[in-house]
Write a protein that binds this ligand. Sequence first.
Ligand SMILES: Cc1ncc(C[n+]2csc(CCOP(=O)(O)OP(=O)(O)O)c2C)c(N)n1
Length: 297
Amino acid sequence: MKINLNTNGENPSMGNFCSPNVCTWCDGCGDYGIWTAVKQALVELNINPWEVLLCFDVGCHGNGSDKIVAYTFHGLHGRVLPFASGAALANMNVPVIAFGGDGASFSEGIGHLVHSIRSDYPITFVLHNNANYGLTTGQASALTWQDQRMNSSPNGIPEHTLPSMDFVFSLEPTFVARGFSGNIPQMKEIFKQAISHRGFSYVDILQACPTYNKFATHEYLLEKCYDISGEHSSSDFEVARKIATEDPTKRITTGVLYQNEDSPNFYERLKARQGIKTTAVEEVERKDVSGLLKEFV
Ligand SMILES: Cc1ncc(C[n+]2csc(CCOP(=O)(O)OP(=O)(O)O)c2C)c(N)n1
């Protein structure tokens, strides 16, 4: 469990997370649903805005970093995971949620995704999967469907689509979930479970992008997404991998697909931190290093 429930007796409400800044997302953008479900999940977990760190990558979703009240960070494109992981390791008492687009996460920052999953850093990662580079106006990402015509590839995408779920499962994750931006109640439940997970929670949210994604539209996702929660045991890795990688033209399974609650996370495996009750942040102190520096002159 990476959450430290609030200790000051105040109950958070949706209003506590409301920012006076006006959203700039397009009408019908899936970001609205994700933004709402995140706030609902935090409220239901009894986490106040000052008890959580929300880290945003660069992209349309990242423009939401000042549309919610919490401790927020808006970083460089593709680099949200190292920042979020470092913050979590420095203070394990604060839950950390990182948000990234499919462009950032599967192109610019794919190396960080690899090592975040295999290291099992104690954070939640929400993939805003709109299958294109939204903020820069509809270029193809590694998750755009093959042959789709996009703004910088008018003849269609020659590469095959990166099989993201197969890729994620190849890295032995401890938590994998998939949701749909049009299903807020389900996303809320997924986020609550992801935030409460011990290690790295990978949450793929298939997201409508009405302006640039004309293939996996809200209507298409509504038809294909299938909530498997009631009929699936998330503890079986092989079954989870199979249902996560089914032919998406038939159905797209959603819900918490896999969770391993027994595996210690990265911090718990750090030998140097074992038995230590303080956080690294609390241990920061001013030290005289002039003697050490003399060794280098
Ligand atoms: C290293 C780097 N590469 C490229 C860019 C330009 N850039 C800014 S946002 C963006 C697209 C973001 O797409 P995605 O990550 O999928 O997020 P979305 O906007 O779709 O939510 C790009 C290419 C950048 N700022 N930095």
